[in-house]
Design a protein around this ligand. Structure first.
Ligand SMILES: Nc1ncnc2c1ncn2[C@@H]1O[C@H](COP(=O)(O)OP(=O)(O)O)[C@@H](O)[C@H]1O
Ligand SMILES: [Mg+2]
Length: 343
């Protein structure tokens, strides 16, 4: 029997109404997330990448039960949790780490008090709390005496370690990391990713890792999804998506990642950098939502929103160019000359 995924989101959609006029009637909608589907197996690190405003945090909030989806479902370990806003048992199994470590810690609480919050909420035996906090600080490689310190005495990276310790406290099965390192210095970012990768291996955790930084994703995630205007443009294994990106948007994003060597530069796809601003999710372009910025856009792109085309095992992308290519490959017979050239 094939094991069911730990998390499965299907057709996930979130539209925020825009109100206006004297009686605040609905005048439009921010289509923040549109028909997003993906699954994460136990022990896997799934990365969700996209520019600012592409709907990453809104997806995270629906997954952890802070927002109710407009449409679509979230299944956790086989059960539908889409309506479980604030469900106590679900909150124990799924934790979230936010972008800004400063604002997620109460400045008037010691580190020990902050880490103990979820333990107290979930009725952890009082007598064991101090030991558990010490153990958690050790797991995130902070000195024990940090327990009695206050957030203002800690660096950004140390605060984020505390936030990770707090997320680990009640032994969740899934941790949603919403840009956990984007407020930190580059050197600190790498250390936090190393810590998370170590914890994932040690504790068999499952992560949904959200970032706009593809270079971090490459080292940490086993599979990735690329979001554009609240819709998945491409999904696949990290190796496939980074090694042979199929969607022009993914190609442009990967083309923009800085490289350290000439060899790497030679392997980069030669694609023009993205021009123009990302459109507003309250005015998503008709057809393929990427066509206004796509260097390869042709007529169908302006009219028809492309479905996913399978480009490899577990690797798919939404692009009319790929449909054309697979259709051609399927219908045009290989000529004898080509056959002998490719034995
Ligand atoms: N509570 C909300 N009410 C109205 N619009 C929202 C709300 N939350 C997010 N949005 C809008 O939804 C879009 C996606 O936002 P978000 O999910 O935060 O993107 P990201 O995390 O990728 O930067 C943005 O246009 C944002 O302004
Ligand atoms: Mg965000």
């Amino acid at each position: 029997m094939i094991e069911a995924p730990l998390l499965e989101v299907s057709g996930l959609t979130k539209h925020f109404p825009i109100r206006g006029g004297i009686i605040q009637q609905r005048v439009g909608a921010v289509r923040a997330v549109n028909d997003v589907s993906f699954a994460i197996r136990k022990g896997e690190v799934f990365g969700l990448a996209g520019e600012s405003g592409s709907g990453k945090s809104t997806i995270a909030r629906m997954v952890v039960g802070l927002y109710r989806p407009t449409a679509g479902t979230v299944h956790f370990d086989g059960s539908d949790v889409s309506g479980l806003i604030g469900g106590r048992d679900y909150r124990k199994q799924v934790q979230m780490v936010f972008q800004n470590p400063g604002s997620s810690l109460n400045p008037r609480r010691t580190i020990a008090q902050s880490v103990a919050v979820p333990l107290i909420f979930h009725d952890y035996p009082k007598a064991k709390i101090a030991d558990r906090v010490a153990e958690l600080l050790e797991m995130v490689e902070l000195p024990r005496n940090f327990a009695i310190r206050y957030p203002h005495e800690l660096s950004g990276g140390q605060k984020q370690r505390v936030a990770i310790a707090r997320a680990l406290a009640v032994e969740p099965r899934l941790i949603v990391l919403d840009e956990p390192t984007s407020a930190l210095d580059v050197s600190v970012q790498a250390k936090i990713i190393d810590l998370l990768a170590g914890l994932a291996g040690e504790l068999g955790l499952t992560f949904l890792f959200i970032s706009h930084d593809l270079s971090l994703m490459r080292n940490f995630c086993s599979r990735v999804g690329i979001l554009y205007l609240g819709r998945l443009a491409e999904t696949g294994s990290t190796i496939d998506v980074f090694g042979s990106p199929a969607h022009p948007y993914t190609q442009a994003l990967i083309g923009a990642v800085p490289v350290v060597s000439d060899e790497e530069a030679a392997l980069k796809p030669s694609i023009p950098a993205l021009s123009g601003e990302i459109p507003s999710p309250s005015r998503i372009p008709k057809g393929c939502s990427f066509h206004t910025r796509c260097p390869f856009a042709f007529e169908p792109c302006r009219q028809i929103d492309p479905e996913f085309t399978i480009v490899g095992q577990g690797h798919e992308a939404r692009c009319h160019l790929l449909e054309e290519r697979t259709a051609t490959a399927a219908t045009v017979p290989v000529s004898p000359v080509e056959r002998s050239a490719h034995p």
